[in-house]
Design a protein around this ligand. Structure first.
Ligand code: ADP
Ligand code: MG
Length: 340
């Protein structure tokens, strides 16, 4: 294990930002810290970096107790959402900065900067100023600068958060490839579940200062530990006493008998290749609006139009967690992710 976080707690005044957090982050992997805004992700990252002191607990980095080490002695590279580049220095000088202050010989620095700029695909921009780069290019420069001093750990705090959706998607694919090429232990903070699912080897879900679950993306999606993780990792809807993924609800247009609950389609909306429908179920055991999702072809053959009669059940073998969360009122038409 490369980073061992043990019983870390941190308060700001009376506010508990981290509450006895323990987690181990494996060497060479890309781990995402995922959770809603204000959950404590940045605080944990800053404590690992040595930019913030915990009230209690310890941090071990690559076998060294780093709890009392200053940031500059921890050998970590850090990239923030808004990267503060040296505006008057070229891209190459910005990347070389950490090497220059370590008094690395000129030739070695030049070779390393060339190599890094190639790695982040900025070799043709070496002599530009940071202001002459796009947002995505600037974040790639920031990564090259963080990597220049060969950190044992790379910490990224929402590095693509300020960029538009398309560039973010490109950069996350690029980051995944970069990490496969040079597998530096990387911790990546994000509040975007899709970003975490796509990029990370392992995800640590953090909410209200606590770790909710740790696991591989598929494990978290398929075997969420609780209601919070189920709802945060993807859409979920309540059927009976369970929280279920909308695509795991089997919908039939005829009455098959037992197990299925009868319902009426209140609304069906096409979103890209899928059709999302809100079905009002009124039965003896359960009354509420259930969100279902079908492909367009399925929706067409089931005639999923508003007013249609349908029968629902949770598909056998699919993921679910028990819930006693309040039901959606029939006239509310919940649409986005289930929220706790
Ligand atoms: P995240 O990165 O998950 O959005 P943060 O770790 O930044 O969350 O913050 C967790 C909580 O701690 C937030 O409620 C935030 O307002 C609070 N917090 C963070 N840093 C400070 C600080 N320096 N002073 C006071 N409160 C802070
Ligand atoms: Mg943050």
């Amino acid at each position: 294990m490369s980073i061992i976080v043990k019983n870390i707690s941190k308060r700001f005044g009376s506010f508990v930002a981290l509450d006895d957090v323990s987690v181990s982050l494996p060497t060479g992997q890309l781990t995402a810290l995922l959770g809603p805004s204000g959950g404590g992700k940045s605080t944990l990252l800053r404590i690992i970096a040595g930019l913030e002191r915990p009230d209690s607990g310890s941090i071990e980095i690559e076998g060294t107790n780093a709890t009392n080490l200053p940031a500059r002695k921890r050998n970590v590279g850090f990239v923030f959402q808004h990267y503060a580049a040296f505006k008057h220095m070229s891209v190459a000088r910005n990347v070389a900065f950490g090497l220059d202050i370590r008094k690395t010989p000129k030739e070695a620095t030049a070779a390393r900067v060339d190599e890094l700029l190639r790695l982040v695909h900025l070799e043709q921009f070496a002599h530009r100023l940071p202001s002459q780069l796009s947002g995505g290019q600037r974040q790639r420069m920031a990564l090259a600068r963080a990597l220049a001093v060969q950190p044992s750990v790379l910490l990224l705090d929402e590095p693509f958060g300020a960029l538009d959706a398309k560039v973010r998607k490109e950069l996350r694919e690029w980051l995944r490839r970069l990490h496969d090429e040079i597998p530096v232990t990387t911790v990546f903070v994000t509040h975007d579940q899709e970003e975490a699912l796509e990029v990370a080897d392992e995800i640590v879900v953090i909410n209200e200062g606590r770790v909710e679950q740790v696991g591989a993306p598929d494990t978290l999606y398929d075997e969420p530990a609780n209601e919070f993780v189920t709802g945060f990792l993807g859409p979920a809807t309540r059927l009976g006493g369970e929280l279920v993924r909308p695509h795991d609800i089997e919908v039939l247009s005829h009455d098959p008998g037992s197990e299925f609950l009868p319902g009426t389609v209140m609304r069906a909306t096409r979103v890209g290749f899928e059709v999302r429908s809100d079905v009002l179920v009124e039965s003896d055991d359960f009354t509420g609006v259930v969100q279902c999702v079908a492909t367009r072809a399925e929706a067409r053959s089931l005639k999923l139009d508003s007013g249609a009669q349908v029968w629902l059940r949770k598909a056998p073998g699919s993921t679910s967690v028990a819930t006693d969360a309040p039901l959606s009122a029939p006239n509310e038409f919940p649409f986005a992710n289930y929220t706790i």
